[in-house]
Every structure is written in structure tokens, then in C-alpha cells.
Design a protein around this ligand. Structure first.
Ligand SMILES: C[S@@+](CC[C@H](N)C(=O)[O-])C[C@H]1O[C@@H](n2cnc3c(N)ncnc32)[C@H](O)[C@@H]1O
Length: 312
């Protein structure tokens, strides 16, 4: 199989995911991520059947999940993005071969209410590891949540301010800070594109620069672009690769966007919240421990020069 797109870090194949996965060697991938179609009857440019019976959909998912588990290295991480309804079933079949780590609830900003149901307010991100523990685990730390108007803390840390890590607060399994991809500048196709911030968080948590990241459902290529700009090797498949090829031709806006994302993580206070405080005359308590260069120093610069790696 020949790649339709090749960079010095990654390769994309215009192929069915099962066919593509069957060509990969067992135990070669460090981080596997999947954002499959949700079987909601949507129209995709790849013309896939997105309205299968429950039984067929789950059988199909199990087939590619088995393959993803096979190609993961021991200690490798698997993330599965889907509706809670599907991840409940898929998570239970993964527990035979993998160790469950987390059900991460990712807040959906603008979903629609459904009659006779609770208002659906999160996507499920399942996190499993092959073996007992992950070989790579370095979760981002987040800035303190601050008011959009005055920059003041939304929570009172009381007498604990001096105990707080200057690199930010611990990442939890509820993510409320992932924006929908709405901004025309960052929106790479009509539907389904995941936020760069989401993929950056996953890739930062479960891979190192020498790692290989796999995504069999490329879509608009968010996983590949995030991997590329973070200096990770990557590999993937998609039935309609045109949007991904176009995106790689115009990588600058993603590079800028990622630099902005990086500047707002692993710090206790963002530069913009400090600026809001200054404007509203609300100085920060001196009890916080801040590194002098802590405010928005990019700890993990976006890769400008690609290193040459050989893919397996
Ligand atoms: C939900 S989208 C992925 C979006 C992607 N995560 C992003 O951020 O842009 C799912 C993608 O899977 C692709 N797809 C569906 N069935 C496939 C298959 N059998 N093999 C490869 N790709 C497939 C669809 O064309 C669609 O673009």
C-alpha cells in the first residue's frame, strides 16, 4: 500500500481502516486514537454507511478495535472518542484485552436537547492501556479558571494558595475547556473536526517525541497535524483524504493556533487573565508561588524544523 501523503514524520493512506490496519506490524504503535463515525445517519464525503443496525455497527467497531490493540506496544495507550451509548459497549469489550484507565467526560458546548431525555452534555473519551500501566504518562496541568471579565479566580483556594503547583492545577477526568471547532479560521471542513486542543492534550499525555501515533479515521486530519507540529511520528487512514492534504498544504494557521494553546497550559495563570486583572485593578494574591517566567512561557515549543524519523 502506498501513502497518499507523506511528511518526514508521517504517512497517510487513502484506504479502508481495516485494510490499512492489517498492514501494520504487531506491537509497533505507542498511542492509538479513534474518532469513528457515530452511526447517526450523517452524510460523509467518503459515502460510508452511517446508519447500520446496532449489531452491525458494534461488530464493525470491534473488528478495528481488535486491530488497534494488536498493533499497540505493551504500555501503549488507546483513546476512543464516541457517544456515551457506544463507548459503554465498546469499553466493555476492551476490558478483556486492555486495562481501563479513565472515562473522560468532555463537555459539549452547544448540543441540542432531546425530548424525554436528560440534556446530553458530554462526549465520552475512553482511555485504556495495554498491560498494567502506560509507558508514557505526562498529563498537562491547567491554569486556574478565571473570570472572563475581571480575570479573578472563579474558585477560592483559601489557605492553599502557597501549596499550589506553579505549573498549574491537576488535569481531571472532566474536561470543560475544549472549545467546539467553530472559528472559520480554524475550521477545516464542514463537520466532525475535533479541536486541536483536545488532540494536543491527548498526544502530550500519552506520547513522547519519538513515539508513533495512529489514527485510522483521519477526517480533517486533526490528529496528524497535532502529531506533526508536536514532533511525533504519525500514521493513519481515511477514505477521502482531500481535506487532510489541503490542511497540510496550509499548516501555518494550525501552527499559530497550537502555539497559542501551548502558551496557556502548564502555567498557573494565563497572560490574558493577568492582563484582565491589571485592567480591573485586581492584583493577584502574593501567596501564590509563581516562577518568574511562568506566565505563559511555552514549555513545549511547537516544532518548526522536522526531524527525520523512519516509520516502521
Ligand atoms: C468523525 S470523522 C473523524 C474526524 C477527525 N477526528 C477530525 O478531527 O477531523 C470519521 C471519519 O472516518 C472516516 N471513515 C469512515 N469509515 C472509514 C473506514 N472504513 N476506513 C477509513 N476511514 C473511514 C470518514 O470518512 C470520516 O472522515
Amino acid at each position: 500500500m502506498l501513502p497518499i501523503l507523506k511528511t518526514s514524520l508521517g504517512q497517510l493512506f487513502e484506504a479502508d481502516c481495516l485494510k490499512f490496519l492489517s498492514t501494520l506490524k504487531t506491537g509497533t504503535v505507542d498511542l492509538a486514537f479513534a474518532d469513528p463515525p457515530f452511526n447517526l445517519g450523517k452524510k460523509y464525503s467518503s459515502k460510508i454507511d452511517d446508519a447500520r443496525t446496532t449489531h452491525h455497527y458494534l461488530d464493525w467497531c470491534r473488528e478495528w478495535l481488535d486491530e488497534m490493540v494488536r498493533v499497540l506496544k505493551p504500555g501503549g495507550s488507546l483513546f476512543l472518542w464516541n457517544l456515551p451509548k457506544w463507548n459503554l459497549a465498546l469499553g466493555s469489550c476492551l476490558t478483556g484485552s486492555m486495562t481501563f484507565r479513565h472515562w473522560i467526560a468532555v463537555d459539549i458546548k452547544y448540543s441540542l436537547p432531546i425530548q424525554n431525555r436528560l440534556y446530553p452534555s458530554h462526549y465520552s473519551l475512553l482511555y485504556f492501556v495495554k498491560g498494567n500501566k502506560p509507558s508514557v504518562f505526562h498529563p498537562d496541568r491547567l491554569p486556574v479558571s478565571c473570570c472572563r471579565h475581571c480575570g479573578g479566580e472563579l474558585r477560592d483556594y483559601g489557605g492553599y494558595k502557597d501549596k499550589m503547583n506553579p505549573r498549574g492545577v491537576n488535569l481531571s477526568d472532566v474536561w470543560t475547556d475544549i472549545p467546539p471547532v467553530r472559528h472559520a479560521k480554524y475550521k477545516k471542513r464542514d463537520d466532525n473536526a475535533l479541536a486541536l486542543k483536545l488532540m494536543d492534550r491527548i498526544i502530550a499525555m500519552a506520547s513522547d517525541p519519538e513515539s508513533i501515533v495512529l489514527d485510522p479515521f483521519g477526517g480533517s486530519g486533526t490528529t496528524y497535524v497535532t502529531a506533526e507540529l508536536n514532533g511525533r511520528r504519525w500514521i493513519g487512514s481515511e477514505l477521502d483524504c482531500k481535506p487532510i492534504i489541503r490542511r497540510f498544504d496550509e499548516l501555518e494557521s494550525d501552527r499559530e493556533h497550537l502555539a497559542q494553546i501551548h502558551s496557556n497550559k502548564n502555567v498557573l495563570f494565563t497572560r490574558s487573565s493577568m492582563e484582565l486583572r491589571r485592567k480591573s485593578g485586581n492584583p493577584l494574591s502574593p501567596n501564590y508561588r509563581l516562577d518568574t517566567q511562568d506566565l505563559c512561557v511555552c514549555p513545549d515549543p511547537v516544532v518548526k524544523q522536522r526531524d527525520l524519523f523512519a516509520l516502521p
